[in-house]
Ligand binder design. Structure first.
Ligand code: AMP
Ligand code: ZN
Length: 487
């Protein structure tokens, strides 16, 4: 089956045809580096990591570019507030981004260009636009002449006259058309500035991506991505700039991820202070963030609720418990593993379904549900509580482990040490449910004493009391208890 991708430009799913067979050139608009990133900023990074891996799984060579916006008003403002250089701010937050990205275990991008490293390319591009009669200079400021670009509005489906109507107030009198935008502007005192044919100044926001795409990937790329907020004006303006200069299609497929809804009423209360990715990963777990995002399709709006967090933890618990069972089974059986035919064909059938899901506009929600079906099929083999394990158990465990590894690598999930992460997820639950650990330990000791005294009634009473606190007892196991997660 062919790979289908929803293209914002056409408003429908299209069969993916790369510019060059076997290769994919992709560009994703990256962050403005003036602060820690919030979790929403990572939705694109997480889904594009999977998109990239899925193309590579199909044997395509991917070149993936993700930029840093390191010239911006917000950066200047923060530098002034802190009394430091802009570069101090950007260096610091690029490092913080890299720390977050590293903790998420996503595959590093092939290029992470910065605006400040592409000023000559930006100037060259503006000159090209000017030469084609699509830009004009007023007092050291260069504007894009949107009226001169026929296709303006084709991505966002906005019409120029509608845009004009929306611009009646506050129009800069120097602009030919209200929706014309800045390509280059003079810097104010204390702002970063570079020499240019229009005097000392700095680039406007949109031009950077057009210049970095051209200098790293070329005039036309396969996929350009970002959050839906970027469709207008950012991506619309990128198209006007690149096509206005190069006179050829800028990007063949426009892929936009929906937003993580922070304002939603139902948003997790506990999330109030933890919307930076850093805080989320410290309070919850990087795995929870990735699973949460991939369990929804990237084109659906998503709000994060406590219920969703608990469901995610419950799902991860099930998955990692199965991985733990599988790896301990492999260790327990000395003889070579043998495969159970039915289980083998179940995994194959799921492979086909996952391929179809990912080929259908990267439907990771379905992918995750099929992975879960694989986990259920493994558990249904029913040897968890059997003391003695045989070569069939071993063979199925090996097959299950390598099956999970394949999808885990693709989605940056399921590759943590099972025992370690199960404990970490327990800790998250203890804190989310506000469980009093010393009270739990105390009740468990009391119950053990009651059992020793053969006071079954009291022992049962204590067990019920613990159950009401969401504590599940694990009699006879290394760990005495765990927090119950709803299924
Ligand atoms: P910014 O630094 O604001 O330009 O954002 C960097 C990337 O994060 C862009 O691709 C945005 O579209 C995306 N983004 C920003 N806010 C959200 C959100 N709440 N949910 C999903 N993506 C977002
Ligand atoms: Zn961009």
């Amino acid at each position: 089956m062919n790979q289908q991708i929803y293209n914002t430009m056409s408003g429908k799913k299209e069969i993916f045809k790369p510019l060059k067979e076997g290769e994919v050139k992709m560009y994703l608009c990256g962050p403005t580096v003036y602060d820690f990133l919030h979790i929403g900023n990572f939705r694109g990074a997480i889904i594009f990591n999977l998109i990239r891996n899925w193309f590579e799984e199909q044997g395509r060579k991917v070149t993936f570019v993700y930029n840093y916006t390191d010239v911006d008003d917000k950066i200047i403002k923060r530098a002034n507030e802190e009394g430091v250089e802009c570069s101090d701010i950007t260096e610091r937050f690029i490092k913080e981004f890299e720390t977050d990205f590293g903790r998420l275990g996503l595959k590093p991008h092939d290029y992470r260009p910065r605006v400040t490293e592409h000023i000559p390319q930006i100037i060259e591009l503006i000159e090209g636009i000017q030469k084609n009669g699509k830009a004009y200079e007023v007092e050291g400021e260069v504007f894009y002449d949107t009226q001169a670009f026929e296709g303006y509005g084709k991505l966002s489906k906005k019409k120029l006259d509608e845009l004009e109507a929306g611009h009646r107030v506050d129009v800069d009198g120097r602009k030919k058309n209200p929706q014309d935008f800045v390509l280059w502007k003079p810097s104010k005192a204390g702002e970063p500035s570079w020499d240019s044919p229009w005097g000392k100044g700095r680039p406007g926001w949109h031009i950077e991506c057009s210049a970095m795409v051209k200098s790293i990937l070329g005039e036309t790329i396969d996929i350009h991505g970002g959050g839906i907020d970027l469709i207008f004006p950012h991506h619309e303006n990128e198209i006007a700039q690149s096509e206005g200069c190069n006179c050829t299609t800028y990007a063949n497929y426009w892929v936009h991820n929906e937003f993580i809804n922070f304002g939603a009423e139902k948003m997790s209360k506990s999330l109030g202070n933890v919307i930076t990715a850093r805080n989320f990963m410290e309070t919850y777990h990087p795995e929870i963030l990735k699973y949460l995002f991939l369990s929804a399709h990237y084109r659906t709006k998503m709000s994060i609720t406590d219920d969703k967090l608990l469901q995610t933890i419950s799902a991860l618990n099930r998955i990692y418990s199965s991985l733990l069972l599988a790896s301990s089974t492999v260790k327990k059986v000395d003889a070579p593993g043998e495969m159970d035919k039915a289980f083998g064909s179940k995994l194959k059938e799921l492979d086909t379904k996952i391929t179809e899901a990912l080929n259908d506009d990267f439907n990771t929600a379905e992918m995750i549900s099929f992975i879960f079906e694989g986990v259920r099929a493994f558990n249904a083999l029913g040897f968890a509580n059997k003391g003695k394990r045989n070569p069939i158990h071993k063979g199925c465990s090996e097959a299950f482990l390598s099956w999970m590894k394949k999808y885990g690598e693709m989605s940056a999930l399921f590759n943590a040490d099972p025992e370690k992460i199960l404990n970490e997820l327990d800790e998250v639950l203890i804190s989310m449910k506000d469980i009093d650990r010393s009270k739990v330990e105390e009740l468990i000791t009391k119950r053990a004493q009651a059992r020793e005294a053969k006071d079954w009634a009291q022992a049962d009473e204590i067990r019920d009391e613990l159950a009401a606190m969401d504590i599940e007892l694990l009699d006879g196991q290394a760990k005495a208890w765990r927090v119950k997660v709803s299924e």
